[in-house]
Design a protein around this ligand. Structure first.
Ligand code: PRT
Ligand code: ZN
Length: 286
């Protein structure tokens, strides 16, 4: 029987490309420097297709590619029959409504009868319908933020990340409609063999994601504070405690979430912890 190969669509160039390829690399998948359209892997049954992100949902829905990586905003906008399999923790942004900074904003009703410029008409129309707001949706494909300035619309609905584009164009964000990040999508009717391959890939993605979210921490602790300090560092099962050559001291090794680290650090020092080392983890199998 012919061995199946999992086909993944990634963005050809743009904001998602580097992180998408980086994720495959973190999963230990070597991609050959192939053609512009497609390349294959030398150590995993995977082929990579390079596409515009707008086209990825359709390619995956039709089975030209089996899976794909793109922004959730684009998945929802294209509304194709694909499944979101995993959220990938990068390219985080939000889709928001914005208006001129000097306008008073009493609430969503402000948009009634107004024109809103956007490249995301499907998401916007769905939102306006749900909220019972009648507004005109003006579809433009780029530079949405200049629309109010040139009199094309009173408001805009666009991607916001830092907010500096809005600021530079004299606009203010008034409603956040959707929070988005890069996601892994899949065709809804994969063969069993492809599902198995996807399972293997997902396992690796999760190990890479967990590794990024956690740090390996080592520190020296006075023995009379061991319980207090190990309570702050629960680790995966429990922390490792090893005696130091110096009497009365131990070395504690554990794993801590990146988010918790800065919260806990002061308490660790308060309890007498010294020589704290925090190291990156490459893979983490939970
Ligand atoms: O060529 P192709 O069609 O493949 O790419 P594209 O131009 O459509 O997309 P690209 O590469 O710009 O973005 C790909 C995806 O990255 C988007 O679909 C989002 O999911 C995600 N993403 C994350 C962003 C941003 N952050 C972002 N800041 N996409 C766009 N922006 C733009 C936004 O349009 C606005 O003009 O950046 C501006 C706002 O940024 P701030 O930081 O000034 O608020
Ligand atoms: Zn695009």
């Amino acid at each position: 029987m012919k061995k199946e190969i999992l086909k993944i669509a990634v963005q050809k160039s743009g904001r998602l490309n580097e992180k998408s390829m980086g994720l495959l690399k973190e999963c230990g998948i070597k991609i050959n420097n192939g053609g512009k359209l497609m390349s294959s892997s030398s150590n995993f049954p995977l082929e990579v297709f390079y596409l515009r992100d707008d086209d990825i949902p359709q390619y995956v829905a039709e089975g030209v590619a089996d899976i794909g990586i793109l922004g959730e905003n684009e998945v929802l906008e294209k509304d194709q029959e694909v499944e979101i399999i995993n959220r990938l923790d990068f390219s985080k942004c939000r889709l928001s409504l914005a208006i001129r900074r000097e306008e008073e904003y009493p609430g969503l009703q402000w948009f009634s009868g107004k024109r809103i410029a956007t490249s995301y008409p499907v998401i916007l129309k769905g939102f306006l319908e749900e909220k019972n707001i009648q507004a005109d949706v003006e579809v433009i494909s780029g530079s949405v933020e200049i629309a109010p300035g040139i009199g094309l619309a009173e408001g805009i609905f666009d991607i916001v990340s830092t907010g500096s584009t809005l600021l530079a164009n004299g606009l203010k964000e008034v409603e956040t409609v959707l929070k988005s990040e890069a996601v892994l999508i899949a065709n809804a009717r994969l063969s069993l063999e492809k599902k198995n391959l996807l399972g293997k890939l997902l396992f690796r993605i999760q190990a890479a994601k967990a590794a990024k979210q956690n740090k390996y921490i080592l520190l020296n602790a006075p023995n009379d504070q061991l319980t207090a300090i190990t309570n702050l560092l629960p680790g995966m099962r429990s922390p490792t405690v090893l005696p130091l050559a110096e009497e009365g001291w131990s070395s504690i090794h554990s794993v801590i979430s990146e988010d918790d680290f800065w919260e806990v650090i002061d308490q660790l020092k308060e309890k007498g912890a010294e020589g704290i080392l925090v190291c990156p983890i490459e893979k983490m199998i939970i």
